[in-house]
Design a protein around this ligand. Structure first.
Ligand SMILES: CC(C)(COP(=O)(O)OP(=O)(O)OC[C@H]1O[C@@H](n2cnc3c(N)ncnc32)[C@H](O)[C@@H]1OP(=O)(O)O)[C@@H](O)C(=O)NCCC(=O)NCCS
Length: 183
């Protein structure tokens, strides 16, 4: 398990966050990152290892819940427990906000992240069918469900449980909805 320094990121971290985001197939743009870093309802938590930004998690405060909108660990720093530790810090923040639950949505094919969330005590609540653009076409896609997703909003459940066919539209992919009760 790698030791990291965890802290809330601010606008001074923008450039380092832009660089870290390049590790994702659909990185947030600089202006999207600037927006979340200055949004009072959003907390961007970062972890530094030996002075380098190694990961971040984006938590948005909703009226009764907190939504984990994104989580990313630099490829060279994965499988060292950093995301697990980031989740603990997110939960601490959500408890400070007195949120009843921590929500998230994740690509149904993202088995690594789903394993992480299950291990951290998240349960599966349902799916949003065809929510994400296909990764192979996503670079040019401009669907509102771009991943990761700024702007918050609780995912609407379809009522379909795990095991449903994993795509509703051509090239699109389901979102798996997960949550963990906090209070
Ligand atoms: C998903 C992600 C955040 C995990 O970060 P991480 O720091 O490597 O996760 P951890 O080391 O805390 O993993 C904890 C546990 O989660 C599970 N896990 C994590 N990544 C996994 C993978 N790729 N495959 C299978 N299980 C995985 C394992 O059970 C792991 O425990 P173990 O290493 O003892 O087996 C990282 O792979 C990442 O940034 N991926 C790209 C972005 C992404 O998918 N974000 C999530 C959706 S927005």
């Amino acid at each position: 398990m790698t030791e990291g320094v965890f802290r809330r990121l601010g606008i001074a971290d923008l450039t380092r966050l832009v660089v870290l985001e390049q590790a994702r197939p659909r990185p947030w743009t600089r202006s999207q990152l600037e927006k979340i870093l200055t949004d009072e309802t959003v907390c961007v938590l970062g972890v530094e290892v030996e002075g380098q930004l190694a990961g971040h998690a984006v938590a948005a405060r909703l009226p009764f819940e907190t939504e984990l909108q994104a989580m990313l660990v630099a490829p060279a720093m994965r499988r060292r427990g950093l995301a697990t530790s980031l989740l603990t810090v997110v939960i601490d923040q959500a408890l400070r906000w007195e949120s009843e639950r921590l929500l998230l949505e994740v690509r149904a094919s993202n088995s690594g992240a789903i394993a992480l969330y299950r291990k951290a005590g998240f349960d599966e609540d349902g799916r949003r069918r065809g929510y994400y653009p296909g990764l192979e076409t996503s670079a040019s896609a401009s669907a509102p469900a771009a991943e990761p997703r700024a702007g918050g909003g609780v995912a609407k459940l379809t009522g379909a449980g795990p095991g449903v066919a994993s795509s509703a539209g051509a090239g699109r992919e389901d979102a798996l909805l997960m949550s963990r009760r906090l209070l």
